[in-house]
Design a protein around this ligand. Structure first.
Ligand code: DGY
Length: 318
């Protein structure tokens, strides 16, 4: 029997499958585990099941010890994990791709609608008990039909968002390191553009690329300046891909029309400048937050950890 440390709360069904084969030490509190507690708990672990709120680096691997075989992240993004250091030490890293694609695309589309149709603004007016009345020019937003969605990173989630946008009558352009498959390009009628061109021409830009050194502040002041003042930016990928301070400036100067954010540079903090603004919708990293999706993510992570401990190939290695 091996020792598996689960660093945050995950659905019971996933814990049960781990417990059926191993001794499991799971952090049960609702708030994220503190760093010191985490470093203590991982000592002697053979596998870790981690959440994206935990940093997995050399210090953590040292604290765990040389018997550690695998780190199963319960997220598709794994920027919280120092993968090269894990590889050097022979620790297998896994993530949870695909199972959260549709849920995250739903939130991206939701943010597109909320930002372009000013739903957050309208809701806040009613909650503040402010007087309002139907009016020909009251809270006018921007329609999506015939507009262009510019997808940055046309992977699974980007394509699923584009499919939804097509159902709303949008055209699709994308910018990606590599071209998408001819089948996906044809299905979506997607045109590949250089990032600058995409920013200049898209009516709504939705960010779906992974976060890495190469994509840190991919959208900064210079890139925002390329966008028309009628355009919207949505980010459901990772906060630091967008320079939040630059975005707050662009939104307050109305050099872009609006934004919708599910992710932030320093979660759970949100840039103060954004909190003041009406033309940005802010939600707390809810992309994968459905019962079905979180259950599927945790189950896949458990399957990954179990496979590594059995000496088998895990279903979804990084
Ligand atoms: C992921 O899996 O990377 C998502 O951000 C979790 O919601």
């Amino acid at each position: 029997m091996s020792r598996v440390v689960v660093t945050g709360r995950i659905p019971e069904v996933a814990l049960e499958s781990l417990r059926a084969e191993h001794e499991v030490d799971a952090w049960e509190a609702a708030e994220p585990i503190g760093r010191d507690e985490l470093l203590n708990r991982v000592a002697g672990a053979d596998a870790l099941v981690t959440l994206l709120t935990e940093r997995v680096d050399a210090e953590l691997l040292d604290a765990a010890g040389p018997q550690l075989q695998g780190v199963a992240n319960v997220a598709v993004g794994y920027n919280n994990i120092d993968v090269p250091v894990c590889r050097e030490r022979g620790v297998v890293v896994t993530n949870t791709p695909d199972v959260l694609t549709e849920a995250t695309a739903d939130i991206a589309m939701g943010l597109i609608l909320m930002a372009t149709r000013r739903l957050g603004e309208g809701e806040r007016i009613i909650r503040r008990r402010e007087p309002w009345a139907w009016g020909m020019f009251y809270l006018l937003g921007s329609g999506l039909q015939g507009k262009t969605l510019g997808v940055i990173g046309l992977g699974g989630i980007g394509a699923a968002t584009a499919r939804r946008a097509r159902a709303f009558g949008m055209r699709i352009a994308y910018s990606s390191r590599n071209p998408c498959s001819p089948e996906v390009a044809q299905e979506l009628g997607a045109q590949r553009l250089e990032l600058d061109e995409l920013l200049r021409t898209a009516d709504v830009v939705s960010v779906h690329c992974p976060y890495s050194d190469a994509t840190h502040h991919l959208i900064g002041a210079q890139q925002l300046a390329l966008m028309p003042d009628t355009a919207y930016l949505v980010n459901t990928a990772r906060g630091p891909i967008v320079d939040e301070a630059a975005l707050a400036d662009a939104l307050s100067e109305r050099s872009i029309a609006g934004a919708g954010l599910d992710v932030f540079e320093q979660e759970p903090q949100v840039h103060e400048g954004l909190l003041e603004l009406d033309n940005v919708v802010l939600v707390p990293h809810l992309g994968s937050a459905t019962i079905e999706t979180r259950t599927a993510m945790a189950t896949l992570a458990a399957d990954n950890a179990l496979a590594v401990l059995r000496g088998e190939d895990p279903p979804t290695p990084v």
